[in-house]
Design a protein around this ligand. Structure first.
Ligand code: OAD
Length: 234
């Protein structure tokens, strides 16, 4: 049976595709105020700005492609039972061929009703406008988890994390909770790998191998390590 590799990914995995991260220098949260574009209060105060922010993100997503890191993760499905928990709202893991992807913070290409959160739709094209409504006649909003909102997928993500034989963290500053707390659910003794070129405070993470590289290079290195493991277990 294939070993289970559970992956927690963040904006860094999509950086080499040309999508800006949030907290790096030159990142999105330097250009925009989180409170003005990514909170329910912002939506109530200035819907136009929030719509425009996510329309721009969606438009850009249509112009970029998955990179070598996304493809390497997809390829690992040949050898491991790979489950990706991503904080990313892009669809680059799926476009690279990964088949089990859980989106913790929502999905750019989906929109949902402001009257009933269970009414989720695929958006055609990139633009969501004021006046676009659900079947109940209510305004549609981006299908994104904003700051201050619950993260409905967290219990499922925590359960999945507990089942990991190997856990990988790639391209996340581990600044945002509850996503960052998932690592606490990894079973004791499970090997944990981290790929990130930044200076992360990781002394609290047990059994950690820190591959301090950008995602494409780090994934290549990790693939070598993991394929040796897969060979040994056959
Ligand atoms: P951050 O912007 O906080 O962190 C990005 C991480 O990617 C940093 O640790 C960088 O060092 C790393 N990085 C930069 N370039 C990289 C590369 N080429 N390869 C690998 N890693 C690289 O992004 P997240 O941790 O994903 O939420 O942010 C978490 C959440 O905060 C996001 O999902 C978003 C944001 O606000 C919402 O919008 C709800």
């Amino acid at each position: 049976m294939k070993k289970r590799l559970v992956v927690l990914s963040g904006a860094g995995v999509s950086a080499e595709s040309g999508i800006k991260t949030f907290r790096d220098s030159g990142g999105l949260w330097e250009e925009y105020d989180i409170m003005e574009v990514a909170t329910p209060q912002a939506w109530n105060r200035n819907m136009d700005l929030v719509l425009e922010f996510y329309n721009q993100r969606r438009k850009q997503l249509m112009e970029v492609q998955p990179n070598a890191a996304h493809f390497a993760l997809a390829e690992l499905e040949k050898y491991f039972d790979v489950h990706i928990i991503t904080q990313n709202v892009d669809d680059l893991h799926e476009r690279a061929g990964s088949t089990k992807v859980m989106h913790l913070h929502g999905e750019l290409k989906k929109v949902r009703s402001t009257a009933d959160p269970d009414l989720v739709y695929k958006l055609n094209g990139w633009e969501l406008k004021k006046g676009d409504t659900c079947e109940l006649g209510s305004q549609l909003r981006p299908h994104i988890v904003w700051f201050g909102e619950e993260v409905p997928m967290i219990p499922a993500a925590a359960e999945l994390t507990k089942t990991a034989d190997i856990f990988l963290i790639v391209g996340t500053s581990l600044n945002v909770y509850p996503a960052a707390s998932l690592v606490g659910y990894v079973k004791r003794g499970t090997p944990i790998y981290l790929i990130d070129p930044g200076h992360l405070a990781v002394s609290h993470i047990p059994n950690l191998t820190f591959i301090k590289e950008k995602a494409s290079v780090g994934m290549e290195r990790l693939k070598e390590i993991l394929l040796k493991l897969a060979d040994k277990n056959q």
